[in-house]
Design a protein around this ligand. Structure first.
Ligand code: ATP
Ligand code: MG
Length: 251
């Protein structure tokens, strides 16, 4: 049980009678990279939204480090160490990469009103912010406005602003979506670097990324868990081949 950092039991979400997530039992082990895969509409993002409390479950429970977080607000869950990577829209285009990370570090300290204070206050965060940019391979882009970064680098910046919150459990929703081959490789290397001391749960459509990176894979279809295991086991599972790969071929 102490091995499990994040657990759902019977997690269910209905939208006006339509059951998008249906009795999902998920156990994410501490220190692992765990993938949630499945065809379009399987309920992956809805699961993520419930884990980060952007959506309230219709039924079922969520435990983080043994603590019931089912009724908590998103900010409270983030403070407990479960953080979802922000969407690009949360990166301020007119601010430099460095300024974006500094702002995230400052938010973590809860000093949102410091925003209006002098540059000197923000300079306190420079060292840590540069370290984080280094971690995601953006050190050379520190002074570039975020809006001018290439797509893959914007996503890396988004990960840096998430890392600024020092999450114990990090949720990544399709971290390589829309990326070029080179950016996918860079992102895989980045996830390998940042996994140290963390647990990562990710939704990912690119199966070679999943194969190379993830310890455990849970396959969802129509809101239910179809299979779970390592990549070798899951990819051999005939139900998975039929339901997941079959539909992937079709679309
Ligand atoms: N707010 C909502 N209201 C009504 N139906 C919803 C809502 N959000 C999701 N759904 C439905 O729930 C199902 C699961 O959606 P979800 O976005 O979780 O799938 P997904 O696995 O993330 O798919 P994708 O791979 O396309 O991102 C879909 O049928 C979707 O249309
Ligand atoms: Mg989705």
């Amino acid at each position: 049980m102490s091995d499990t950092i994040l657990e759902t039991t019977g997690l269910t979400r209905e939208f006006r009678g339509f059951v998008a997530v249906n009795g999902v039992d998920l156990k994410v082990r501490t220190g692992t990279i765990h993938a949630l895969i499945g065809p379009n509409g399987a309920g992956k993002t809805t699961c993520f939204n419930m884990l980060t409390k952007f959506l309230q479950p219709t039924r079922g429970g969520i435990h983080l480090k043994g603590r019931d977080i089912t009724g908590l607000k998103p900010a409270a869950v983030a403070r407990l160490g479960l953080v979802r990577s922000f969407q690009i829209s949360a990166v301020f285009a007119h601010l430099t990469a460095l300024q974006n990370v500094r702002l995230a570090l400052q938010r973590r300290r809860g000093g949102s009103f410091d925003f209006w204070r002098s540059e000197r206050v923000l300079d306190r965060y420079n060292g840590r912010a540069l370290d984080l940019l280094d971690d995601v391979g953006l050190r050379a882009f520190a002074e570039v406005p975020a809006g001018q970064l290439a797509y893959g680098r914007k996503r890396a910046l988004e990960i840096a602003t998430t890392l600024a919150l020092d999450p114990e459990v990090m949720l990544l929703d399709e971290p390589t979506a829309g990326m070029t081959h080179a950016d996918v490789d860079r992102t895989v290397a980045l996830i390998r670097r940042i996994r140290r001391g963390r647990t990562i749960l990710m939704v990912e459509h690119n199966l070679s990324v999943v194969e190379g990176l993830c310890d455990t894979i849970t396959v969802l279809t129509r809101g239910r868990v179809l299979a779970e295991g390592d990549y070798a086991a899951v990819s051999r599972n005939p139900d998975v081949v039929a339901a997941y790969l079959g539909s992937a071929d079709g679309g």
